[in-house]
Design a protein around this ligand. Structure first.
Ligand SMILES: Cc1ncc(COP(=O)(O)O)c(C=O)c1O
Length: 388
């Protein structure tokens, strides 16, 4: 049996996706969940072993980054992303979303314009609002070849004084793996207008069909305006440990960022998180490759299923991440109505409208689950929409 076919025991573990469904689904519970982005199969066993070994020491006191930690992160960036970084570029943080919020607060002023590219992961909007900055939208263009960035509008926004861009790469929810050429064009515009790029690459290891992620770190002329947000939280299914790494090549930006953290005593890393990162990055390559291949087969299965049984459903071509972005506008329902119908049929998906106001009629589905669960979920969607 493929290890990813085996469901993890998540129900009853205070798991958001399995145990707290009522708030998102009109009081319903007991749904098969395909929502929040973590996986329903077990994490990489050496991480569990490393955590157990650490617990066996009997004390979980304050901890800092040792040489093994720096080495594991540096080597992963080199091996997996062809990016040679230095130890002092690595800034450990908790979650990526709060870290991005800090970046906004440190590197821009209240009222400044921050660009996002809808449809996009909804906390991007929340953190710009929370920090009193102005959201500037550069909607992705939906072409016959899928989603593309609108460079014309991006340049206009940058020219008229936008200070920062929150890039999502690979892009949640449209699952694009941006090509080197696409990112180069974006980097050129950013350099030309001094736009700061916060590149959220949390899904950078999750490549389907053997695609290759290109990190923004490859563009050296952007380094003095760049923060790359990385984590093994999605890659190794350890989001609950809240341990991530920003890579900040430029000394000035880095020192400003760190000064903000130090002034607020926000620099004590999570002891168990550090152990997990070391165990993951040390030699988790084969496990990640096997996971990517499993996810690719899940994506192909979903594409085939929808093409055969629900051809009105249009799927954005899955290139990376483990999220599917479905255009269900042909059914003439709002996202709220779609989510409600699908929930009535037994599955919990994400509401597309939350990712951008122009995306009513879309839903997002997380396919990081055992294949049987995915099949059952697709059957729920079929039952919900057949004849709709
Ligand atoms: C693009 C993106 N960024 C950030 C996050 C969340 O990061 P964290 O839990 O580290 O704050 C997610 C989770 O789904 C995500 O998809």
């Amino acid at each position: 049996m493929n290890r990813f076919d085996e469901p993890a025991q998540r129900k009853g573990t205070a798991c958001i996706k399995w145990d707290f469904q009522e708030a998102d689904f009109n009081g319903r519970s007991g749904l098969l969940p395909f929502s929040i982005a973590d996986a329903d199969y077990r994490t990489y066993q050496p991480i569990i072993d490393a955590l157990k070994a650490r617990l066996d020491k009997g004390v979980i006191g304050y901890t800092d980054l040792d040489d093994a930690y720096y080495e594991a992160v540096r080597k992963w960036c080199d091996r997996r992303h062809d990016w040679q970084i230095e130890n002092n570029w690595i800034v450990p943080v908790g979650g990526i979303v709060p870290a991005m919020c800090t970046a906004i607060e440190v590197l821009t002023e209240p009222g400044d314009g921050v660009i996002v590219q809808p449809p996009v992961y909804d906390p991007f909007y929340t953190i710009i609002n929370a920090s009193g900055r102005t959201i500037l939208k550069n909607d992705l263009l939906l072409t016959d070849d899928g989603y593309r960035m609108d460079y014309g509008k991006l340049e206009e926004l940058a020219k008229s004084g936008a200070k920062m861009l929150l890039l999502c790469s690979p892009h949640n929810p449209v699952c694009r793996v941006w090509t080197k050429e696409e990112l180069k064009e974006l980097a050129d515009i950013s350099v030309r207008y001094g736009l700061i790029v916060i590149s959220d690459e949390i899904h950078w290891d999750l490549m389907l069909h053997g695609n290759k992620h290109v990190t923004m770190g490859q563009f050296r002329d952007l380094h003095d305006k760049l923060i790359v947000c990385t984590s093994c939280s999605k890659t190794f299914n350890i989001a609950g440990l809240e341990t991530s790494n920003l890579i900040i090549p430029d000394k000035t930006i880095r020192e400003r960022y760190q000064a903000y953290l130090y002034a607020r005593y926000l620099f004590v890393p999570n002891t168990l998180g550090l152990e997990a990162v070391k165990a993951a990055y040390r030699d988790g390559d084969k496990w990640v490759d096997a996971q990517c291949s499993y996810l690719t087969q899940n994506a192909v299965l979903a594409e085939d299923y929808l093409a055969k049984r629900l051809p009105e459903a249009k799927l954005a071509k899955p290139e990376g991440t483990y999220l599917l972005w479905m255009d269900l506008r042909a059914f003439g329902k709002t996202s709220d109505e779609l989510i409600e119908r699908i929930a009535q049929a037994g599955a919990g998906l994400n509401n597309g409208f939350h990712y951008g106001e122009n995306y009513d009629g879309f839903v997002r589905m997380n396919i990081a689950c055992p294949r049987q669960q995915l099949k059952d979920g697709l059957d729920c969607i079929y039952r919900a929409l057949k004849g709709a």
